[in-house]
Design a protein around this ligand. Structure first.
Ligand SMILES: N[C@@H](CCC(=O)N[C@@H](CS)C(=O)NCC(=O)O)C(=O)O
Length: 207
């Protein structure tokens, strides 16, 4: 199995999942926003052949190629069920897990990615710096909703570490790096989960 990724991008969550899972894999670093001629560029035709958008992450396992980070996390979790990255629990608790996963992707991370796009990812002439305030407004609103959706437990669901904890920790780390206002309890959540041995190994792999 090969995971293509770049440092603290969304590939980090997949690399972390792999480290939690105990599965064997190879990590292939990719460079974003570099010339197509550069061999390890996401714009190189060889990489575009496996990820048509020129984005990370990409996971290849045998004949299969996956290019969405949460699909990759789900695949890892199902391939290594003993890791319990998807909790082995009742239908309704699993539904709450799925709800939080969707919430992180659709609501919590979107303002962060909007800011990223308008800071560096879009072509300069397409960037609108005024939207940083809108991103802050939307992030604060998503955090208030999360307060409602999450309990006060150590882990998000089923009293155990799961995919949603990886997503929450990485998303709040992203928010802190992009200078959003992150309430202390979510900074603590990031610190707590980033202190796991698998998270520390992941950090070492990308540094
Ligand atoms: N929905 C995709 C998004 C992937 C994505 O947008 N990745 C960013 C890095 S976090 C990327 O590769 N961007 C390419 C670029 O900015 O040139 C996922 O979750 O995997």
């Amino acid at each position: 199995m090969k995971l293509y990724g770049m440092q603290q991008s969304r590939s980090f969550r997949c690399l972390w999942g792999l480290e939690e899972s105990g599965l064997e894999y190879e990590y292939v670093p990719i460079k974003l926003r570099t010339e197509a001629e550069v061999a390890d560029s996401a714009q190189n035709p060889a990489y575009l052949a496996i990820n048509v958008q020129g984005k990370v992450p990409t996971l290849i396992d045998g004949e299969m190629t996956l290019t969405e980070s949460v699909a990759i996390l789900n695949y890892i979790a199902r391939k290594a069920p003993e890791s319990r990255l998807i909790p082995n629990t009742d239908l309704q608790t699993l539904a709450k897990h799925d709800e939080l996963v969707s919430f992180v992707l659709a609501e919590l991370e979107q303002p962060l990615w909007s800011k990223g796009k308008h800071m560096f990812a879009l072509p300069e002439e397409q960037r609108i710096p005024q939207m940083f305030e809108t991103a802050k407004f939307e992030f604060d609103k998503a955090v208030r909703t999360l307060d409602y959706l999450l309990g006060e437990n150590e882990f998000a669901v089923a009293n155990q570490f799961s995919i949603v904890d990886i997503l929450l920790a990485q998303t709040f780390n992203w928010a802190i790096r992009f200078e959003f206002d992150v309430p202390q309890k979510y900074a603590d959540l990031r610190d707590r989960h980033y202190d796991r041995p698998a998270a520390k190994r992941t950090m070492n792999l990308i540094s």
